[in-house]
Design a protein around this ligand. Structure first.
Ligand code: NAP
Length: 344
């Protein structure tokens, strides 16, 4: 009987999400049956990404003999009932999950501070397109569940789904979290773990991801689950197009290429190169140290390589205790919740 694998990629329709799917297809033996569980908040996007992945296989791996199947989850990670519904769906249909890529993420951006952007880029162009601080973020935004919205979308929501489907990942599953280059400790205050007072909640959420990983991977490995934290460097994001016009888009692209030319390892630019580290960890990580963070990098001529870096783990146990307690609270709150899981 041929082998079968199941891969969940949250936010599959994003530039990184779809490129993770392409690379998973390339890494999986052609005779292996593969099921992608794609996620989106909307049905049209889920349908489109399924079509795009099928087209990719048709064009690039026409001699694939294993079955390629799809399922979709319409899940919003800022809505606990939606997450519970996703859990019911997965649990009903699948006996195991082999790969779980936590890729979906959002910020609460209100725009770009163009004056600040110009100053930052003129002062230090490479730094300005590597660690930008000119994307303005709203402060204090809560979800309808009363949780910090960015905290819930990027950290607690996916953490809770994994908590619910842990039995499906046990004995062989791999979890890959997508963090960021910008997850420095300065973006997280331990008095504000839901990031409600922060004007850098996106970066803070990525710092939480790093700490959550460090504080939980050993425990998961006791259940036969391998967990890694990765970052994709910098690449063109579909979601940021809304803030750019043709001029600013091409200016940004030009700066990305210049930064790469002048030695930035992080300007991967394409989603495909950015997906290198996450997919490496899923397929080639037997001898890797799970305490490290795996980054996708490219040379100035665009050749891919990996950068492994240490994470400052201060507060990792506190973050995990906080998430565990919150998950237990939500287990109680959602105990009698009945959900219709297939309503778009
Ligand atoms: N772009 C970069 O340079 C960069 C740098 C560092 C890290 N990253 C990380 O890389 C990952 C992908 O980035 P990207 O730029 O390709 O993504 P993106 O264009 O911002 O798209 C985000 C994806 O997440 C999903 N999503 C957003 N909010 C969600 C929510 N509340 N519930 C469920 N799904 C939600 C969206 O799905 P639907 O719209 O289909 O619902 C979308 O597919 C993210 O984790 C990001 O933080 C990106």
């Amino acid at each position: 009987m041929s082998e079968s694998k199941v891969a969940i990629i949250t936010g599959t329709s994003s530039n990184l999400g779809i490129n993770i799917a392409y690379r998973v297809l390339q890494e999986t033996p052609k005779s292996t049956n593969l099921t992608f569980i794609v996620t989106s908040r909307t049905l049209p996007k889920a349908q489109q990404v399924i079509k795009d992945i099928n087209d990719y296989v048709y064009k690039n791996i026409p001699d694939r003999t294993g079955q390629l199947e799809f399922d979709y989850l319409l899940v919003d990670f800022t809505d606990m009932v939606s997450i519970l519904s996703a859990y019911y769906d997965i649990n009903k249909k699948f006996k195991k999950v082999d790969y779980f890529f936590v890729n979906a993420a959002q910020g609460v951006y209100s725009g770009i501070d163009w004056v600040g952007a110009t100053k930052e880029i003129l002062k230090n162009p490479i730094e300005g397109v590597t660690n930008p601080t000119y994307k303005t973020q709203r402060v204090g935004v809560k979800s309808r569940d009363g949780l910090g919205l960015v905290f819930q979308a990027n950290v607690f929501g996916p953490y809770y789904l994994i908590h619910k489907i842990k039995h499906l990942l046990s004995n062989g599953g791999t979890i890959i979290w997508i963090s960021s280059l910008m997850s420095q400790p300065k973006y997280l205050s331990f008095n504000d773990l839901q990031l409600l007072k922060s004007d850098a909640s996106y970066e803070g959420s990525k710092r939480l991801v790093d700490l959550m990983h460090l504080g939980s991977f050993r425990h998961l490995s006791q259940h036969g689950i391998r967990q890694y934290v990765t970052h994709p460097g910098i690449f063109t994001s579909f979601s940021f197009y809304q803030y750019l016009n043709v001029f600013t888009y091409y200016s940004m692209l030009m700066l990305f290429y210049l930064a790469r030319f002048f030695g930035s390892p992080w300007h991967n630019i394409t989603g495909y190169a950015a997906a290198n580290a996450p997919v490496h960890c899923a397929f080639h990580s037997e001898n890797e140290d799970q305490q490290l963070k795996f980054g996708s990098a490219t040379t100035r001529t665009g050749e891919e390589y990996l950068v492994r870096s240490e994470i400052d783990g201060t507060g990792a146990e506190d973050v995990v205790s906080y998430l565990e307690e919150l998950a237990a609270e939500w287990d109680v709150k959602l105990k009698d919740q009945i959900v219709e899981s297939r309503q778009p």
